[in-house]
Write a protein that binds this ligand. Structure first.
Ligand SMILES: N[C@@H](CCC(=O)N[C@@H](CS)C(=O)NCC(=O)O)C(=O)O
Length: 226
């Protein structure tokens, strides 16, 4: 046994990213999920954020740092290209992916809360006339696809970021290389979260982009077979 315990919420992309790295490297580990908010602070007194990896009492937090730590101790297969320029591109993409999709996820939480706190839409001519008389347009106008302006904007931006990923993949099997790197693991984890319904229209956006579905399959195959 490696003596590794990974503390983190099972479905969170940052945890999924680290789990796939461990699987890719064939390192055994035990996943322990938090049961309360207190667990976050207890397992990571420094920032209160998970995941945290523990190996025989040595603790590392932050998924990116954990991947680097793993790459030093379990170098095969490496999570970065041996070409420094490509490795830098992979690092930058990993960071970009984490920050960008996490930002959209936070925005989605805010939009969802705001939508839920609004009064339900009133229907009928009288309601329409009242709203106009009050100087306001009808509440919550919908786009053709049935989404509100805010959610629609978010969905459009998510779709564009997915197109950016396809552009960066440029027809290769993995980002900037022929085997999975930390960039692929970060992208995989965020797409997995989209597929799991954690982003508005996430499953549909993904299903419309077979290049990304195929990338996910390759990452799964590489890590499941390791
Ligand atoms: N940059 C960190 C982000 C970790 C993070 O945001 N973790 C979330 C779970 S997905 C968390 O612990 N949230 C608890 C909180 O915000 O209190 C990483 O890559 O590990």
């Amino acid at each position: 046994m490696s003596g590794i315990t990974l503390y983190g919420p099972a479905e969170a992309p940052f945890t999924v990213k680290v789990e796939r790295a461990l699987q890719l490297k064939g390192v055994e580990y035990l996943l322990v999920a938090p049961e309360s908010q207190a667990d976050y602070r207890r397992w990571n007194p420094e920032t209160g954020l998970l995941p945290v990896l523990d190996r025989d009492g040595e603790r590392v937090h932050d998924s990116t740092r954990i991947l680097e730590w793993l790459d030093e101790r379990y170098p095969n297969p490496p999570l970065l290209s041996s070409d420094p320029k490509l490795a830098e591109a992979q690092r930058r993409l990993e960071e970009w992916c984490d920050e960008t999709f996490f930002f959209y996820w936070l925005r989605w939480q805010r939009v969802r809360e705001a939508e839920e706190s609004r009064p339900p839409r009133r229907f009928g001519l009288l309601a329409w006339a009242r709203e106009l008389a009050g100087g306001k347009g009808p509440s919550r106008p919908r786009r053709r696809d049935g989404l509100s302006a805010e959610v629609g904007e978010l969905v459009d931006q998510l779709a564009r970021r997915c197109d950016d990923l396809i552009y960066m993949l440029a027809g290769r099997d993995f980002f900037y290389g022929s085997r999975p790197s930390m960039a692929d693991l970060a992208v995989y984890a965020m797409l997995d979260s989209m597929r799991g319904g954690n982003y508005p229209r996430g499953p549909e956006i993904l299903a419309a982009r077979p290049e990304l579905v195929a990338l996910m399959d390759r990452v799964e195959k590489a890590s499941d077979d390791a």
